[in-house]
Design a protein around this ligand. Structure first.
Ligand SMILES: NC(=O)c1ccc[n+]([C@@H]2O[C@H](COP(=O)([O-])OP(=O)(O)OC[C@H]3O[C@@H](n4cnc5c(N)ncnc54)[C@H](O)[C@@H]3O)[C@@H](O)[C@H]2O)c1
Ligand SMILES: [Zn+2]
Length: 360
């Protein structure tokens, strides 16, 4: 087991990374979460796989653990589901000392975290992320929330958990397409912050794809370390945190124009190639770097180009991105491999050339 300490300046908490749930009760006790009412918030896919097991393992930590299940999928990520949660919590008499447990992917974590941030003005919660995306990305950083009127994550709060417990063995039940989407975000962490971590992907891609225990533990640990470092320097996203947006300004536009038929991580994969191309044109990275990125993403069965998209529409869509301020498209680019920054001065031609690069 590996343990990573996160210090946001406001709150300190541990991230446990293991290949089983056997240490979970100890982790709760260490965090001071004993003899309290608890509620596992989970979705309809994850509940039958893991909820009873967690309840059983925590039976000496709490005698009163309920399970609140919602229909799996991004369509549930709204205020109606949050209202259902509140109703469930009231029926179960959860109080300010009670603990919510987010068991599932990013949708579960974002919603359970938001419910925890707002129920009775804030109660403790624990993250048990079960998708690779949630293990390497969404469970770290404290962003919680729901979609509203078709806008992703429009209503939410920054709220940190008491602890994060990652059991990488849960990935064995996750469809590979979802695993790959998570790998795109973890590869991103290498590009923006840590060339050694990126090299680990290049050198161990077969073991990673096969979900080999020690390889996947390295991936999860490395990503959590990079993401928690970046967010701890900038909890409220005023500066450094923007580098986490690498590949995302292009990616979000593709995601929207695909009508969300492509997974977020898949769009980030092609988006990163566009950002790498733009960085290459500025002399920051080489053609070989791009070829290697493409080969790696392709190996993980992630898309490396898109078909049937109008480049002008992608460009226009980029102006709607949350990170586009005062009509200026902000692109996270690389200064070098493992060193990202936000470029506010890209020309229309530069951006359009990068879009053309990923369109077949
Ligand atoms: N808070 C943040 O910083 C942050 C960052 C990135 C993404 N997000 C959010 O995360 C969400 C996407 O997360 P996601 O990709 O984990 O989606 P998700 O939670 O919908 O999970 C994907 C699918 O996998 C299923 N699943 C989860 N774990 C499983 C397991 N172990 N075995 C089998 N099936 C399993 C789920 O039921 C779901 O069908 C989006 O809503 C996005 O906005 C938040
Ligand atoms: Zn992302």
């Amino acid at each position: 087991m590996k343990i990573l300490g996160v210090d946001t300046g406001i709150k300190k908490y541990p991230i446990y990374i293991d290949n089983s749930f056997s240490m979970i009760a100890e982790a709760f006790e260490k965090a001071g979460l004993k003899d309290r009412k608890m509620c596992i918030v989970t979705d309809s896919n994850v509940a039958p796989l893991y909820a009873e097991n967690i309840k059983e393992l925590l039976k000496d930590v709490s005698k009163d653990i309920s399970v609140c299940t919602f229909p799996a999928g991004e369509n549930s990520k709204d205020l109606d589901t949050i209202s259902d949660f509140y109703r469930f919590f009231v029926e179960k008499h959860l109080d300010r000392k009670s603990v919510l447990i987010a068991l599932g992917g990013g949708v579960t974590g974002d919603m359970c975290g938001f419910a925890a941030a707002t129920y009775m003005r804030g109660i403790p919660f624990v993250q048990i992320p079960t998708t690779l995306l949630s293990q390497v990305d969404s469970s770290v950083g404290g962003k919680t929330g729901v979609d509203f009127m078709g806008n992703k994550n429009m209503v939410g709060a920054f709220y940190q958990p008491e602890l994060v417990f990652i059991n990488t063995a849960t990935l064995s039940t996750l469809p590979y397409r979802e695993v790959a989407a998570g790998l795109a975000e973890s590869v991103k962490h290498g590009y923006i912050q840590d060339k050694t971590y990126l090299d680990f992907f290049m050198d161990n891609k077969a073991a990673i794809k096969a979900l080999d225990d020690s390889a996947i533990a390295e991936v999860v640990y490395g990503s959590c370390k990079i993401k928690s470092y970046v967010v701890s320097k900038d909890e409220r996203e005023s500066g450094l945190r923007e580098i986490l947006n690498f590949g995302h300004t292009f990616g979000h536009a593709v995601e929207t124009l695909s009508d969300f038929n492509m997974l977020h991580g898949e769009c980030v994969a092609v988006g990163m190639l566009a950002a790498l191309y733009l960085s290459m044109k500025r002399g920051a990275v080489s053609q070989k770097d791009i070829d290697e990125a493409k080969a790696l993403l392709e190996y993980f069965e992630l898309p490396v180009y898109i078909e049937g998209f109008d480049p002008n529409k992608i460009y226009a869509q980029m102006f709607n991105d949350k990170k586009t301020k005062n009509g200026v498209i902000n692109i996270t680019a690389l200064r070098a491999m493992g060193d990202a920054y936000t470029e506010k001065g890209c020309t229309e031609k530069e951006i359009k050339d990068a879009i053309e690069y990923i369109i077949k």
